[in-house]
Design a protein around this ligand. Structure first.
Ligand SMILES: *Cc1c(COP(=O)(O)O)cnc(C)c1O
Length: 237
């Protein structure tokens, strides 16, 4: 686990990259939020993030996140960014502030039902497989109209926007750029045709955050650039 000094040093590098990408695309720095991703790291990583002033961290596995929540006394929110199995849905209300990885109608219905039981309105993002990568979770772009319609009919869910993971192609940034641009266009089209607000566009990770910000990201999810390289990429499973 890295030291607080290394973390703060990494953080200032990430913030500098964010500022540069915002400036290059004429966006104000406040338009883009950084979500530290603490998956695979000990609870100490979340503690570092909350102590540095972040109000949320991202985790991709429910049980791993629940364990860390027990160990972290600093106040802060936990967002789920990884695939959610049906049998774990019951753990979501009161524990996770938002689920970014809603990727099936079955999951929509189950989340709506547990939120109703918990008497809350659960904040969600719909995960789109914008790169149409068969190895990734998320609904395909051509399914988003019917998926959004279903999501909007769930009275205990608050649909705040969309999330995507670009194809992994570090040697060719135009792959991520094209993916993010068509994803933003998809969001803009949905906003027009459904007359709803979908303000959150969660896209961009350590390797492609600059492309994401230039294409209109409002939320970048960053793990390894803050906490160090993981042994495995461990994306969504
Ligand atoms: C792991 C993960 C991230 C962060 O990845 P890094 O490359 O370490 O920044 C972002 N989003 C999701 C969905 C992830 O699973």
């Amino acid at each position: 686990m890295i030291t607080p000094e290394v973390f703060l040093n990494n953080l200032s590098k990430v913030k500098a990259l964010m500022a540069k990408a915002c400036d290059a695309s004429g966006r104000s720095h406040e338009e883009v939020t950084l979500l530290p991703v603490t998956k695979t790291w000990p609870a100490e990583a979340a503690r570092l993030a909350f102590s540095a002033g972040f109000c949320s961290v991202g985790e991709n596995r429910v049980m791993e996140a629940l364990e860390k929540m027990e160990m972290v006394s600093e106040p802060g929110n936990w967002e789920l960014i990884g695939h959610l199995q049906s049998n774990k849905v019951k753990f979501i209300p009161n524990k996770f502030s938002r689920v970014q990885s809603v990727d099936s109608e079955k999951l929509l219905r189950r989340l709506d039902a547990v939120a109703a039981t918990a008497n809350c309105r659960l904040r969600v993002l719909l995960q789109v497989n914008a790169g149409e990568d068969p190895a990734k979770f998320g609904i395909f772009p051509e399914e988003t109209d019917s998926f959004l319609e279903a999501a909007l009919s769930c009275s205990h869910l608050k649909v705040e926007g969309l999330m995507t993971i670009a194809p992994f192609a570090p040697e060719n940034p135009s792959v991520a750029r094209n993916c993010f641009e068509s994803f933003r266009e998809l969001r803009d089209r949905l906003v027009g045709s459904f007359q709803v607000e979908l303000p959150e566009l969660s896209m961009g990770m350590s390797g492609d955050m600059e492309e994401a910000i230039r294409a209109g990201s409002t939320l970048i999810r960053v793990g390894s650039a803050l906490f160090g390289e993981r042994v495995q990429r461990n994306l969504s499973i």
